[in-house]
Design a protein around this ligand. Structure first.
Ligand code: TD4
Ligand code: CA
Ligand code: ZN
Length: 305
């Protein structure tokens, strides 16, 4: 069932569970999400970034996700992740996305409001949900954000931003970052800040950079030749706590990339005679599916569809 993010996030917010947004850029990753959602009876958000669109093509990606969503009985949405300008958001809306993120977090506060409002006024009459971002995550983004440039979300600004823009969901910066190297020392999230934001803002909140970088996947990848020393993510307990404090959408990309890569390496090493892509990518898809299933259980969305 093809739905808007809002239809997935409002029940999640009310019942205090989280819905995973899983980044895809190919058929295998989409199948992993779709099969996991079906088996776990879970809602799912399929997320596509501008660089995924560059890689896979807007028309191709839109069609395969629509086909998947219309095929399964669980609710799924198609979401633009980190749309960086009005143009890409409007292209995705025209293509049939049911949700877009406009990431004006690099702009000044007022400019972020103006851009977000523009996207909201285009999206809402068409029934499309809008996510915006306030504050900056460290790590790999549109351009790399150095840790010192990362700015955590100010709760008062969040309140004003939501009131002025009418967005449906807000991505907050509380210490997470994109990618496989989130912390040099111990993982640390600013839960106090999240509580304060929650007190002032009533819409669903979004946690980017939420991958846990499971050590067993790092070990498997390393066993088969990967070099991933120092990779570290968000502990699962932290994710649970964030959900209990109002996070309703949780973005996962890195853990799927890691599961994919570890499994492709394993198959190629263990089966050197194999050259059928389906025999290589099939197990990688299954590995990603298991990761997605685990997330759905962790976030509490399993059994909610
Ligand atoms: O929004 N995301 C996914 C970002 C993906 C990076 O974009 P490109 O497609 O341009 O490479 C997240 O918040 C994922 O966080 P994670 O912890 O999984 O890295
Ligand atoms: Ca951003
Ligand atoms: Zn993100």
């Amino acid at each position: 069932m093809f739905v808007a993010n809002k239809d997935l996030l409002l029940p999640a917010r009310q019942k205090a569970y989280g819905v995973g947004a899983f980044n895809i850029n190919n058929l295998e990753t989409l199948l992993a999400v779709t099969e996991a959602a079906t088996e776990e009876k879970s809602p799912a958000i399929v997320a596509v970034t501008p660089s995924a669109i560059k890689y896979g093509g807007l028309a191709y990606l839109t069609r395969i996700v629509k086909t998947a969503a219309e095929t399964v009985s669980v609710p799924m949405s198609l979401h633009l992740d980190h749309g960086e300008n009005f143009e890409i958001a409007s292209k995705c809306i025209a293509a049939g996305f049911t949700s877009v993120m406009i990431d004006g977090s690099f702009l000044k506060f007022e400019e972020n409001i103006t851009l977000t409002k523009q996207v909201v006024s285009l999206a809402h009459p068409k029934g499309v949900s809008v996510e915006a971002e306030l504050g900056r995550l460290a790590g790999v983004e549109e351009s790399t954000v150095e840790e010192k440039e990362a700015v955590l979300t100010d709760p008062n600004n969040a309140k004003e931003f939501v009131e002025q823009t009418g967005v449906d969901a807000l991505a907050v910066a509380i210490g997470t970052s994109h990618g496989a190297y989130k912390f040099k020392a111990e993982p640390k999230l600013d839960f106090e800040r999240l509580k304060l934001i929650r007190e002032k803002v009533n819409i669903p909140l979004v946690l980017h950079g939420a991958s846990s970088v499971p050590q067993w996947i790092i070990e498997k990848a390393t066993k088969y030749g990967a070099e991933l020393a120092g990779a570290k993510g968000i502990p699962e307990e932290h994710i649970k706590k964030a959900i209990s404090l109002g996070i309703a959408k949780i973005n996962i990309d890195t853990d799927l990339r890691l599961a994919f890569t570890a499994t492709v390496r394993e198959v190629l090493t263990n089966s050197p005679k194999e050259f059928d892509p389906r025999k290589i990518l099939g197990p990688a898809k299954d590995a990603m599916k298991e990761v997605v299933r685990g997330k759905m259980r962790l976030f509490g969305s399993a059994g909610k569809a």
